[in-house]
Design a binder for this molecule. Sequence first.
Ligand code: NAG
Ligand code: NAG
Ligand code: NAG
Ligand code: NAG
Length: 331
Amino acid sequence: MALSVVWFITAALSFVHLTPLTSLEEEYHFKQWMQQHNRVYDTEEYYHRLHVFTHNRRMIDHHNAGNHSFTMGLNQFSDMTFDEFRKFYLWTKPQNCSATKGSHVSRTGPHPESVDWRTKGNFVTPVKNQGNCGSCWTFSTTGCLESVNAIATGKLVSLSEQQLIDCARNFDNYGCLGGLPSQAFEYIKYNKGLMTEEDYPYKGHDDTCSFVPTLAAAFVRDVVNITVYDEKAMVEAVASLNPITFSFDVTADFMHYKEGVYSSTWCKNTSVSVNHAVLAVGYGTEENGTPYWIVKNSWGTAWGKDGYFLIERGRNMCGLAACSSYPLLLV
Ligand SMILES: *[C@@H]1O[C@H](CO)[C@@H](O)[C@H](O)[C@H]1NC(C)=O
Ligand SMILES: *[C@@H]1O[C@H](CO)[C@@H](O)[C@H](O)[C@H]1NC(C)=O
Ligand SMILES: *[C@@H]1O[C@H](CO)[C@@H](O)[C@H](O)[C@H]1NC(C)=O
Ligand SMILES: *[C@@H]1O[C@H](CO)[C@@H](O)[C@H](O)[C@H]1NC(C)=O
């Protein structure tokens, strides 16, 4: 009796051992990651997340072993499938954002080889974190207006994303389901102002509008769209004016971006496929000749390179030139 129990356990263990979904080493890495990210799951969830994590980790290792212009790494999203990620962090409502003919006025003349508004002065606020809400468009908007404002006034003030989530719906924006920076600037223009982060703090979920006119802190005179797919005009605008918003198509290989110049064959490049808005704060060229944008994201500083990423410039990578915009300040 006792022997047969031992035999059964041994047989069961060797069966488990012969068909390892995840190795002990992989499980160890998962536990380390859980600790690092303060994750706690019940038993069922644990095995599911272990499986997803291991799948992601193998994909990352495989990518990093190859010859790519960027590396991947584990981050706060490593226990999620891309479908889950998309639901929580990207626009779920498709938008056609293109401006057939933008109002950006081209400036002729040579532009610097590289520009980085983070080092030109105190013009860019620290990287923020949108949390579980498809509100990237509000961070792209505030990031841009914060910089435009700072360049004009010398004062860098963090502005309210929550006001845009709660109050900008009449301009074709959908709170945590998505929106467009150009339409958010439009709202700020007609609303006569945007409040500060301090006065209208971030909650990360849809709520009722509580704009207080006397506390408006930044004002928009007009919105400038850059003509669809005119990436040269984007360079010009960043070189001669200020950081600009743009949107692009985020696919599964972007979720685990760590550093280097992101370039992808997975993403689409048209104005109807973009699903994430960000802020171009500069551009440059790699030693090997690859041109890139320097981009501020809104997934916290633990993601990517201190919250930033580089993406290939000059060929409308992932549709990044489909819908770029910036505001003109009302001072
Ligand atoms: C890596 O890729 C680059 C660019 O595609 C190519 O020029 C280079 O030869 C590749 N290196 C190796 C070792 O395959
Ligand atoms: C997107 O909008 C542009 C400009 O309004 C229009 O020309 C184009 O047909 C639209 N595309 C789709 C797929 O709706
Ligand atoms: C800018 O683009 C947005 C989004 O496509 C559009 O709604 C808006 O009308 C455009 N504004 C101008 C001034 O072209
Ligand atoms: C999208 O990519 C395809 C394939 O590289 C290219 O032929 C096409 O011109 C691109 N379209 C745009 C709008 O950039």
